[in-house]
Design a protein around this ligand. Sequence first.
Ligand code: FEO
Length: 400
Amino acid sequence: MNYLRKITDDLYWVGGNDRRIALFENVYPVPRGVSYNSYLLLDEKTVLFDTVDRSVSLRYRDNVATLLNGRPLDYLVVQHMEPDHCSAVSDMLREYPEMKVVCTAKAVAMINQFYDVENLADRVITVGEGDTLSTGRHQFTFVTAPMVHWPEVMVSFDSTDGILFSADAFGSFGAINGNLFADEVDYEKDWLDDSRRYYTNIVGKYGAQVQALLKKAAGLDIRMICPLHGLVWRKDLAWLLEKYNAWSTYTPEEKGVVIAVGSIYGNTETAADILAGMLAEKGVRNIRLYDVSATHSSYILADAFRFSHVVLASITYNSGIFSNMEHLLHELAAHNLQNRTLAFIQNGSWAATSAKQMQAILANLKNMTVLEQLPTLKSSVKEPQLAELQALADAIAAGM
Ligand code: FEO
């Protein structure tokens, strides 16, 4: 027995939630779970938008069959071929022999890469930028969105009801707990952090491509957004678009300081704590201090996208950088963080060289201001380091 949420008179959410998953993409912690969204339109033709991850595939297929109630499924629109959305494509092709797959040419190639489908060419309608599909009352236009977040991605716009089926864009980590619409929850309090962490870690590298999609979207009369993860948007779309504009242009949302520290015995962490206290006394209010061994890099990366300043404090470890800090630095570089003020703190009982090595990893990031103050510890904080930390706190506070 299913109870499926109605979005409009003829559009339904038919996805599933995975609350047992520990790591999304086997990388990112999702303590609130994740939803795999799919949407079924019951027009003169029946249209399914994407499938789901295999973890919820049985439930999803039951959802679709329940709603179809014996009607044939005419179209499966495949917007994205990452397996968290395409795992049931071959099952649906088998279960609905009259169904046509609507997707880009690149997606056709990927269906063949992932699955063995007989006579796939006979089952596919290949579409590209601006192509349309009429399903009766609804008229769809397909808009390509390469690298948001794979090369084959497209989004679909229903010009009849103003609904954008946005693929991974505008998604979020977090399972759907009954309330399907963003306006039914306190989004800023309960969802925004996971939405930011999802965007920055999954799509954050591709800001230019997201900007290209936002420019195309600006020409559409969008009244609702149906993403492949997280909640459906039917109000406050301008607020959401503004967040996406900031994230995809690597613009800080607000002034604030993220301090990430790699410390073994706590001396480097003490320096970070002292800096945080000095910043607070200078009136800085948004301070986040993370131990890179205790907090997954995805959370620190998301806050680096949120705030204006990033301080990286690491011991020198086997003449290199503390390994968990090195991982974070590569994540910051891989996700193209830009337009930030950076500062470094280094420690070394043999020789303190970690700052130079940290700076080298971030050297190619655009429009970064590196503060010249460089507190340097030889094992622990002494009087000279207190002065150096104060100088750094003064420099950061001056930029707030
Ligand atoms: Fe949710 Fe790029 O897949």
